[in-house]
Write a protein that binds this ligand. Structure first.
Ligand code: G1P
Ligand code: MG
Length: 217
């Protein structure tokens, strides 16, 4: 029986992935890397800021000191935060808010589980925050997905047993984290990308999602 649903944020509730991509690409260009692609960016989904930087630096011939890497990650975040200033409720993905409202009506508790340290600001700017019971984010954790830490913290904040929680995710690292947390999972995106998930749908607007069946599982 599902009593709590924990949503990933980027790529599940809001379309911030493009902004992450633009910010990382701008940093890559600063570093003379001109071939940073959307495929590289896909590998940064659900991954911490420093691990995401590593995906960029794989494309560089230089080796950088730890302090330089910290400065690069900070610079990317400044670029990203600049882009977030233009974020409005228009960034909410189709049927995301409606899904949360529907689940709340079914007495399901709602949490966000995101490794992004910007998650609270994004929820605030898009107006989603009042719909969410609890937020677990990059500010609460030491280990990023695929470690289950962020989902376990979200479940704890909801006061729910992990076994009664469902994770909604678009990243492979996130589905692995849900498994490690012993939670059920709904993967969004092409099914072949996340064969480990219990349920699959193209997006939250997919009419094939049977919430009553999922909740009863
Ligand atoms: C971090 C990473 C980003 C990743 C995101 C996942 O966000 O930097 O690459 O896609 O988590 O939600 P940040 O804490 O920098 O906002
Ligand atoms: Mg995501």
């Amino acid at each position: 029986m599902i009593k709590g649903v924990i949503f990933d944020l980027d790529g599940v509730l809001v379309s911030t992935d493009k902004l992450h991509y633009l910010a990382w690409k701008r940093l890559a260009q600063d570093l003379g890397i001109t071939d940073f692609t959307e495929q590289d960016n896909a590998r940064q989904r659900g991954v911490s800021r420093m691990a995401s930087l590593q995906v960029v630096l794989e494309k560089s011939n230089h080796s950088y000191t730890d302090q330089e890497k910290i400065d690069f990650a900070e610079r990317k975040n400044q670029y990203y935060v600049e882009l977030l200033e233009s974020l409005t409720e228009k960034a909410i993905l189709p049927n995301a808010a409606e899904t949360i409202v529907l689940l709340r009506k079914k007495n399901i508790q709602i949490a966000v589980g995101s490794v992004s340290k910007n998650a609270p600001a994004i929820l605030q700017r898009t107006g989603l925050l009042p719909l969410i019971d609890k937020v677990g984010c990059g500010l609460d954790i030491i280990r990023s997905k695929p470690d289950p830490e962020v989902f376990l913290i979200a479940a704890k904040k909801l006061g729910q047993n992990p076994k009664n929680c469902l994770v909604v995710e678009d990243s492979e690292a996130g589905i692995q984290a849900a498994k490690a947390a012993e939670m059920k999972s709904l993967a969004l995106g092409p099914e072949k990308e996340n064969p480990l998930a219990d349920y699959h749908a193209v997006s939250l607007a997919d009419p094939s999602i049977n919430w009553d069946m999922i909740i009863a599982s």
